[in-house]
Write a protein that binds this ligand. Structure first.
Ligand SMILES: *[C@@H]1O[C@H](CO)[C@@H](O)[C@H](O)[C@H]1NC(C)=O
Ligand SMILES: *[C@@H]1O[C@H](CO)[C@@H](O)[C@H](O)[C@H]1NC(C)=O
Ligand SMILES: *[C@@H]1O[C@H](CO)[C@@H](O)[C@H](O)[C@H]1NC(C)=O
Ligand SMILES: *[C@@H]1O[C@H](CO)[C@@H](O)[C@H](O)[C@H]1NC(C)=O
Length: 349
């Protein structure tokens, strides 16, 4: 017998004593199946309710100038990076399972990973950690060049690792965010982390000319100029559409919002900063770190061959292309993406 929430609540209101037992059972599609057993009936009534799990306390975020007055309430915490920059971070899932730190790409902050962080299967099989990188989302957005040297971005990651007491986490870098792994491995030995997952990932900034698609580069002039509002609007919308042409509306608005809270100069600061890729590439060519490189078969932002060329000689490399997947690979192919990452982690944890 299937009941709507409303009819169930009416039934419960009318018969307050007959509900004998309520069991919540996890289903495979982001919902909890709630089985309500009645005293007078051998069969259960089943309703489906959306499921999500929050591990951190809910805190209010104080608006600051650096955030353009952004104020929001969200689960998570601010961690302080070595130079004082406030980084917004969040963890969910099972802390006894392998930790995965998710690093988002350009423009769209850590909210990009919402579908993953709301999924009971991901939450049961890993400890999921994400943060807004400096210049993004709820984190501070410094606009001085000194705040954008390589070590600062490695220190942001360090602050998150320390705050959540992570021991050798896996790092999953999406798109432009994958380049942060090169920063991390410039200041730490490979043993600091357990492995790398590039999801349509840019290995390091010097590889950008071969990794970015012509369509991706075409929107850049509209995103880093500050004189034409119309051009910014159309370019940012085009950028989101390139990432995925048919996003759920609220999520789409979140992606657009992350663009609006970002000072335009962050693009130049983030894209033109200097990196040393030696530590990253040595970790690969010596076999010290395993790498899972995931690609979307229909990605319109990142060129797969450019990524593979940039990491030529990597010893412990697994390459998986998700058929028909857009740049938002895990939104296009949620089950395949999840199985690819979690099975690989089980083999390398
Ligand atoms: C925008 O970025 C491109 C590519 O990095 C650069 O050549 C250009 O000078 C930038 N424009 C502005 C206004 O910052
Ligand atoms: C601003 O950008 C729009 C869209 O790219 C363009 O059509 C328009 O001519 C631009 N306006 C100015 C004043 O450059
Ligand atoms: C890059 O890092 C390596 C050590 O990992 C170092 O030997 C090299 O000098 C660095 N390159 C630059 C340009 O700083
Ligand atoms: C890749 O790394 C994992 C451990 O992270 C190891 O178990 C496996 O043997 C390595 N494979 C190769 C081909 O080196």
């Amino acid at each position: 017998m299937l009941l709507s929430l409303k009819s169930l609540s009416i039934a419960i209101a009318l018969l307050p004593l007959v509900v004998a037992n309520i069991q919540d059972i996890q289903t495979r599609d982001n919902t909890i199946e709630r089985r309500v057993y009645f005293l007078f009936s051998a069969s259960a009534s089943i309703i489906n309710v959306p499921c999500f799990e929050l591990a951190d306390p809910v805190i209010a975020i104080n608006p600051t100038d650096a955030n353009f007055g952004v104020s929001a309430v969200a689960p998570g915490r601010f961690v302080t990076s070595a130079d004082g920059t406030q980084i917004f971070a969040e963890a969910r899932g099972d802390p006894s399972k392998p930790a995965i730190v998710f690093i988002h790409g350009f423009g769209i902050g850590a909210m990009a990973f919402n579908d993953i962080f709301n999924d009971p299967v991901w939450l049961a099989r890993a400890y999921l950690v994400r943060y807004d990188t400096r210049g993004h989302g709820r984190s501070d957005k410094p606009t001085n060049a000194a705040a954008w040297v390589s070590q600062r971005l490695a220190q942001d990651f360090d602050a998150v690792v320390q705050s959540y007491s992570l021991n050798k986490p896996f790092v999953l870098g999406w798109s432009f965010g994958a380049a942060n792994v090169a920063d991390i491995l410039s200041f730490h030995p490979p043993s600091y982390i357990s492995g790398i997952i590039y999801d349509a990932g840019l290995p390091y900034l010097a590889a950008l000319p071969n990794v970015g698609s012509p369509a991706g580069f075409a929107v850049v002039p509209g995103l880093n100029q500050t004189t034409n509002v119309t051009q910014f609007q159309t370019s940012y919308i085009e950028f989101i559409n390139l990432c995925h042409p048919a996003l759920e509306w609220n999520f789409y608005l979140g992606c657009l919002g992350d663009g609006v809270v970002q000072p335009r100069i962050i693009l130049d600061l983030g894209f033109t900063r200097t990196q040393n890729s030696t530590g990253l590439l040595q970790a690969g060519t010596t076999g010290a770190l395993p790498l899972l490189a995931i690609f979307g078969g229909d990605d319109k932002v990142v060129l797969k061959q450019g990524v593979l060329d940039a990491i030529a000689g990597w010893q412990n490399l697994t390459v998986v292309t998700l058929p028909d997947a857009e740049h938002f690979t895990w939104i296009s192919r949620p089950l395949l993406f999840r199985a690819t990452v979690l099975n690989w982690i089980d083999q390398h944890a």
